[in-house]
Ligand binder design. Structure first.
Ligand code: PMP
Length: 458
């Protein structure tokens, strides 16, 4: 494990450099529970605060430029303030932001999703990724008449009661704070990439749905084996269970049609949020007509017992719909994903080469337009450069890498150098350039200097 900082110089410099953020954080603590609005934004000694953003950059309270790799938690594949999304939003604001009635924007948005996502025979809108998965699970339960949801260790699907089990290490923990045991008993979890354990659990015959993040837990921080998704498709079909892809991150990022298009595996139901909503709050689910039909009102006998209830004040509100349609129309051009993928691969490769040259522990890995960095353990295959699957590091350690060990000081050092990583890594946008990547890699070198000077590698 990592030694405590020998000198504390990094923290001292961070506190001095971001003094305005410290003042803001102190103020936040007086009114906001915990001082932050998303657990993932926890940063010690304090998080940085942003005044505005544009393209690939955001600016701190003192107006200093920071290259952003959080990109709206992955929702801003077009970058901050995409000109066309802005025009669409301005036009919609003048027309109204909520009609409490249907509007053409929601239909255009559904049509656009249907045109891009292979599994999308029917679409329904929700307000977030958490809600998308809730609705997907409810549909699966209605369709199969079974209760159990099967998910994978380390896979994040939002913060609802059902999906918290085995989300973070220790994966085998039988309890989750404030989530009733009765709820947890309706969720089965198995390790990812283990077909035998999966098949064995499925043989009990009670699984309504297999829920999977198709890149692997937490946007591929625990990568899936190449043929795992194909196996899931076969196993779900054989068991009569619904296969749900949670494409909240991978949707429109892994390919215009998401991971399902990139891997050629079509799920029954797809959960979406982030990019689908063009950088505004929103989400959607899409799926086979036969399953989505449980949202319909029908007069046939017994239907009322299976028709699922679904409401939500802000579902497909006109503002989000306008941003969503505009963003997706742009994302239909594969040049968007290709650009982001190319830059992420450059970062992954260069980080590994740098660490190798300097003889420091760690690696960068990932797929598509994301990268993850760990500085505590070295996989046996680091020399191969652009890693998808770091060999020899346990899934628990990969998942914990976002904040644990040297990731926390690395994040501070990178912010001092003008780069904001996201959960120990990042996501690219079309607004990031080769120059930005060059800047980021020099910043990484300087950040390593800071960590070494401060005794983090001692
Ligand atoms: N599923 C996945 C795969 C996610 O990454 C996230 C959020 N990062 C969610 C669901 C939850 O989405 P939201 O924050 O919109 O509720």
């Amino acid at each position: 494990m990592v030694q405590a900082a020998a000198t504390g110089q990094l923290i001292a410099e961070f506190e001095a450099h971001f003094a305005s953020s410290k003042a803001m954080y102190d103020r936040a603590g007086e009114s906001i529970a915990g001082g932050i609005v998303h657990d993932g934004r926890l940063q010690k000694p304090f998080p940085i605060y942003i005044s505005h953003a544009d393209g690939a950059y955001k600016y701190d309270l003192d107006g200093r430029r920071i290259i952003d790799y959080a990109m709206g938690h992955g929702s801003l594949i077009l970058g901050h303030g995409d000109p066309e999304v802005r025009v669409a939003l301005h036009a919609q604001i003048d027309k109204g932001t909520h009609f409490g009635s249907g509007h053409e924007g929601e239909i255009r948005w559904a049509e656009q999703i249907g045109a891009m996502v292979p599994s999308a025979e029917r679409v329904r809108f929700v307000a977030s990724g958490t809600e998308a998965n809730l609705l997907a699970m409810r549909l699966a339960r209605s369709h199969t008449g079974r209760n159990t949801i099967l998910k994978f260790e380390g896979h994040f699907h939002g913060w609802s009661d059902y999906v918290m089990k085995s989300e973070r290490p220790p994966f085998e923990s039988p309890t989750v704070a404030a989530v009733p045991d009765d709820v947890l008993r309706t969720v089965a979890t198995v390790p990812a990439n283990n077909i035998e354990m999966l098949a064995e659990r499925m043989s009990q015959g009670d699984v309504a749905a297999i829920l999977v993040e198709p890149s692997g837990g937490s946007w591929g921080s625990i990568p899936l084996d190449a043929d795992f998704l194909t196996a899931l498709r076969e196993i779900a079909t054989m068991a009569g269970a619904v296969l749900i892809f949670d494409e909240v991150i991978t949707g429109f990022r892994w390919a215009p049609g998401g991971a399902q298009q990139r891997f050629g595996v079509t799920p029954d139901v797809t959960s979406m949020a982030k990019i689908v909503a063009g950088g505004l709050p929103g989400g959607a689910i899409a799926g086979r007509e036969e399953i989505m039909a449980y949202l319909e009102f029908r007069s046939e006998p017994g239907w009322a017992k299976r028709k699922i209830i679904h409401q939500g004040t802000f579902n497909a509100n006109p503002l989000t719909a306008a941003a969503g349609v505009t963003c997706l129309t742009k994302c239909a051009n594969p040049a968007v994903q290709e650009h982001c993928d190319r830059l992420a691969a450059q970062i992954r490769t260069a980080v590994n080469v740098t660490l190798d040259k300097r003889g420091l522990p760690g690696c960068a890995w990932g797929a598509s337009s994301v990268f993850h960095i760990i500085l505590d353990e070295t996989p046996t295959n680091r020399a191969s450069g652009d890693l998808h699957h770091p060999v020899g590091i346990a899934p628990e350690r990969l998942k914990a890498s976002a904040k644990a060990g040297r990731s926390a000081p690395l994040a501070l050092a990178m912010q001092l150098e003008g780069v904001d990583l996201f959960a120990g890594g990042g996501m690219l946008s079309v607004r990031h350039t080769d120059e930005d990547v060059g800047f980021t890699l020099s910043a990484f070198g300087c950040a390593l200097d800071r960590l070494e000077a401060d005794g983090y590698f001692a």
